[in-house]
Design a protein around this ligand. Sequence first.
Ligand SMILES: *Cc1c(COP(=O)(O)O)cnc(C)c1O
Length: 381
Amino acid sequence: MNFETAAIHSGERPDKCYGALSVPIYQTSNFVFEDIGKTRGYDYTRSGNPTRKVLEDTIARLEGGHAAFACATGMAAIATALHLLKVGDHVISCDDIYGGTYRLFQSVMSRFGIEITFACLRSRAELEAAIQPNTRMIWLETPSNPLLNITDLEMVATVAKERQIMTVLDNTFASPFFLQPVSFGIDLVVHSTTKYLNGHCDVVGGAIVTTTPELSREVGFLVNTMGVAEAPFDAWLVLRGIETLPLRMARHEENSFAVARFLKEQPGIRKVYYPGLADHPGHDIARRQMTGFGGVVSFEMEGGFDAACRVLRKLHLFALAESLGGPSSLAEHPVTMSHASMSAEHRQRVGINDGLIRLSVGLEHIDDLIADLMQALSTED
Ligand SMILES: *Cc1c(COP(=O)(O)O)cnc(C)c1O
């Protein structure tokens, strides 16, 4: 089955009871037992729910994983994945990651005796230098947030496998339509389904994709024990969103390319970050390991903080909002918004500057998006 077909037909569809074509929402906390110790497959929605199961089977199939677990939020999925670790373990993370993940590593996991090293994982030498005898996990994002840096997954997976270190990739930005991490040897994939997988800015959710029966058992145990699973209605919304993922991603990319090319020609812009641009660092790796470059474009204003604020205030169609992956275009200021929880020193080291603006390019007509950017960048009032 091709990706587009699997996005619509995975899991138990149509429903077994009445043949409902749209997956029914099993909005129930419990399920009646058939007899003592005998269920019809489900007993309690924290532990399992038929609506959520279709979503999990769909995500597992799209990622080429062994199983998937749908969680209440992306951070719930990330926090659960980190509970595969124990006190004394060491994690290496790429250094420009989602602000919330950074905060979880820095302020919470550290309290549980998990050691963390941030490194530039685009360099094999830097990755190898960061490895310690107690390193158990390598945490990756590619394209990264917000600078869209590209990490060579095959390289990292090879280094990790030699030392039996687990690799985890947050695949939120690319979505499985553009990047299939499991095929490069990544052990665990996490998602904020809030973004492209749902794609409509009307629900928060997350997912963990496993690659072996052992990992599936361990993650399934954690999801049930910690109580982080996604609610049935929310799971249904994500499921509905996924059916149009291929169409949406193609349009997000087409519009992003046009926006990136437009921005590159404008005065007052120091730098444009989009992995599809031939001069983007890592463009060749992105071309090799991805089937598309995604829907996020970042750019840095020459005038720094004031210039960025001016553009953000003047944009009309691009709403000033965090998050990404929905139909409507958004613009945000990483330093004061998505990456405010990252220390100023860390931001500076990785290159997240005051003049940086991150766009989530939506599904509107490209001419309207370009017109909005053009008027916002003009220096006339
Ligand atoms: C949004 C996001 C998260 C967190 O997901 P929530 O659904 O907001 O909890 C994690 N990683 C990335 C890359 C994200 O963009």
